[in-house]
Write a protein that binds this ligand. Sequence first.
Ligand code: ACO
Length: 320
Amino acid sequence: MQYAHITGWGKCVPPATLTNHDLSTFMDTSDEWIKPRTGISKRHISHVNTSELATVAAKRALDCAGIEGKDLDLIILATASPDTLIPNIASTVQAEVGATCGAFDINAACSGFLYGLGLGNSMIQSGQYKRVLVVGAERLSFYLDWSRRETAVLFGDGAGAVVLEASEQQGGIMGYELNNDPAGRDILASGFGTQMDRFEADSLDFYINLNGQEVFKRAIHGMGTLSKKVLEKCELTKEDVDLVIPHQANERIIDTLISRMKIDKEKAFVNIAEYGNTSAATIPIAICDALDQGRIQPGQTILSCAFGAGLTSAAVLLKW
Ligand code: ACO
């Protein structure tokens, strides 16, 4: 039996930031509105494309694992904000790290990185591959209408990556659950793509739109349901969980989720104040930060869950 262990990790967040106060200088908003409702204090904004952020995170993860690009068997890149629709941007990362393997993008929005971990885990457990790079990367600032305060304050840019390696030693990814609720496709959407009428400038709906209160309710339900399912599948209970790394969309969503699951609040990792919602990148960035802060220790059981447009949801349970 092969187990998929995380052996390397890395992140890339652009140096430029916009604080809540900065936003209030050009938009009718304030730190007093944003911080208590979302937990966000600032967000990092990139002047380079998603693939550049992804490449830096990928190189750091490879260095951390002590392997080179040529050692990889597969690259999975989760993003909802690729530089180009074709070619996929996993191929850009592949070229930059010098890998000769399969490489593809997946779009499961904010759940994308956990979808990627699940896929990578299955590829390794099947015995097909030994080393898989999973990246979550976004440049959502490009897809925001900066005159719409309802959405512009919520998101940020960044990337994170992990190396999954096969080992016969029990542990690593213990299980995962994926779901999608198509009835909620319209509550979180961007019209970018063929739904844009290219001849009618007025119908251009390029930017991200969301029904925040519906997203809020469904996020808690989606992440809660799949977290319970993955724990049951692995024959564990919430008492066995040492750390929860949830998707960072809103601190109040995380608080409500943790309290409904009756998990000790101290066990939730939260770094949304620094980055805002970086969609597919929130979880790999949080893994890097949790490691830097000593919050992840060998032998711990970690539950990670996410929710995003689609409406996708995902939960992964792993032994560090
Ligand atoms: N600054 C100041 N005022 C604002 C802002 C802003 N940035 N945005 C909205 N408002 C105003 C509205 O215009 C409205 O004013 P009105 O009462 O005069 O009409 C008022 O604040 C309340 O607006 P609501 O949208 O009802 O605010 P709510 O309390 O629901 O908070 C929020 C909005 C933070 C988005 C909340 O719904 C939420 O947390 N939703 C879930 C998280 C989410 O959607 N994240 C996005 C990504 S989803 C994902 O990652 C899966």
